[in-house]
Design a binder for this molecule. Structure first.
Ligand code: NG6
Ligand code: CA
Length: 502
């Protein structure tokens, strides 16, 4: 009897908590950097570079030390973030070419869709890299859809793929910005198109040379992946990109200030090609990669200022994270290697972008909600795939089990009310290798990929034997303990398989 009574009280308290949250409907600003490593920001221990604006958010918020993107590359991480479903369940969700069709089915539950249902205005600004248009890819000269507006966003301003992939134009809602209809755009990832020079044939025209790949159509003095012709008046200027994107985010916030809003600010920084605005040129002493980190930090500062100016700071959850770990030379001769100056982009972690080692997915993750989230640090094991279910819960929505099936409600952990870890976290590497983290253990399944990616100088963590690391004692994954702990290897391997087959 007594227990039942207690349960009732507890139940109504929980409903009350959820109701308070739901009533408040905090704004959500998700600043998702590109290729920003765990060690690339000063609040995570970087000493060769200072990121005061990101540090401010960290100081006022909760800083996670064991938070993971779902993959060590962009497209699958973003697919998982927006759908609450692991990208590796669906074929064709690896790094997407710039003319890929929309990868997220329009009937799939999505993070913006959930928030839209809760009454939010939902905007995405920046790098998309999840494909656009129907099967076969979009018609760039007409309405470009389906895209973000068909999967839950009410506003979009995009780089269709990445900074280093054509087409090098912005797409606002369904249309290319500034496109002259008499100069239509054509895009091909198969063969040269039109008469534009390529980096391969005209290296003398380049202001930044490529180191590997990236030798196709030249736009703004930089050769890219893929061929494009036309659309001259619509082509972006890389050096203006951070200003353009930040301006759009601030406009969206300003226009949505009387609603709850969600904005997914998907920065181009610090992906290649790294061509920050001249304001940042030479300022880090680390070449364009360091200067791009300063530019990213500036973007964070500008958004923060807008929230302050509009009196929205206390009503807004700000999250800062990254889609995958760091890479130094990712295909351009931008002095990133020669001017690294002892900086460790991955901090104490092994590997980097593309790899199965932890630097591939363990990324900066900061949550600020003044008055609601107690400042500090959290060592809880968390994954970005859980944001969907967690924000559904925060806004008082229940999900069907089959929807967003890999997304767990971890809202209490994200908001620092609990230190509880996720039961396990799965990491996905470039060649499809999966790893599983549970408690202090990390299991990397056997695979046959190359152990070292020479061009980018990254250890992948691929080996034909299973690997097991005790991350508590050995964060740098140096001692494979699989031989000594066969039962743990079997147990984690079986858990990984059961999730894979779910
Ligand atoms: C690779 C590109 C790299 C980067 C990456 C995607 C080459 C040689 N390398 O294929 O520069 O664009 O794809 O990065 O082309 S991500 O962050 O979008 O996943
Ligand atoms: Ca990336």
């Amino acid at each position: 009897m007594q227990a039942k009574f207690l349960l009732l009280i507890l139940g109504s308290w929980l409903v009350g908590e959820a109701a308070t949250f739901a009533q408040q409907k905090p704004n959500i600003v998700l600043i998702y950097a590109d290729d920003l490593g765990y060690g690339d920001i000063s609040c995570n221990g970087a000493t060769k570079i200072r990121t005061p604006n990101i540090d401010r958010i960290a100081k006022e918020g909760l800083q996670f030390t064991n938070a993971h993107a779902s993959s060590s590359t962009c497209t699958p991480s973003r697919f998982s973030l927006l759908t609450g479903t692991y990208a590796w369940r669906k074929t064709g969700t690896g790094i997407a070419p710039g003319d890929a069709a929309l990868l997220i089915p329009t009937d799939h539950i999505t993070l913006p869709g959930v928030l839209q249902k809760a009454g939010y205005k939902t905007g995405v600004v920046g790098k998309w890299h999840l494909g656009l248009g129907p099967k076969g890819g979009p018609d760039w000269n007409a309405d470009i859809k389906p895209g973000p507006l068909e999967i839950g966003f009410t506003y979009s301003f995009l780089l269709p793929a990445t900074g280093d992939r054509v087409p090098c134009v912005y797409v606002e809602k369904h249309r290319i910005v500034g496109l002259d209809p008499t100069d239509p755009i054509q895009v091909s990832y198969k063969e040269p198109i039109g008469n534009d020079p390529t980096g391969k044939n005209h290296p003398e025209l380049l202001k930044m040379k490529y180191s590997h790949g990236h030798d196709q159509t030249i736009v703004n003095g930089v050769s890219r992946i893929g061929y494009m012709s036309g659309g001259k008046s619509a082509r972006w200027v890389d050096e203006e990109m951070a200003d353009v994107l930040t301006g759009k985010v601030n406009q969206f916030i300003e226009a949505s200030k009387n609603n709850p809003f969600f904005v997914y600010f998907s920065t181009h920084d610090i992906h290649v090609p790294r061509l920050p605005n001249s304001r940042f040129e030479g300022k880090s002493g680390m070449g364009p990669r360091g200067d791009a980190i300063l530019q990213l930090d500036w973007c964070v500062g500008e958004v923060t200022k807008t929230l302050d100016r509009l009196g929205l700071t206390n009503k807004t959850i700000v999250i800062i994270s990254s889609d995958n770990g760091p890479v130094v030379d990712d295909g351009y001769q931008d002095e990133a290697v020669t001017k690294l100056n002892g900086h460790k982009p991955a901090g104490p972690l092994r590997g980097g972008k593309y790899s199965a080692f932890d630097a591939g997915t363990r990324v900066p993750f900061i949550v600020r909600w003044p008055g609601k989230v107690k400042p500090g640090t959290s060592d809880a094991l968390v994954s970005q795939v859980d944001l969907l279910a967690s924000f559904a819960a925060l806004t008082g929505q229940s999900l069907d089990k089959a929807e967003a099936r890999d997304s767990f409600n971890m809202i209490d952990t994200f908001l620092g009310k609990s230190k509880k870890s996720r039961e396990y976290v799965i990491e996905h590497a470039l060649n499809g290798t999966l790893s599983l983290l549970q408690n202090n253990w990390k299991y990397i399944e056997p695979s046959n990929g190359q152990a070292f990616m020479r061009e980018v100088s990254i250890e992948t963590g691929y080996t034909p034997q299973p690997q097991l690391y005790d991350l508590k004692a050995d964060l740098g994954e140096t001692k494979n303990l699989a031989g000594q702990n066969p039962q743990i290897v079997t147990k984690l391997g079986a858990l990984l398989n059961s999730v894979r087959e779910k």
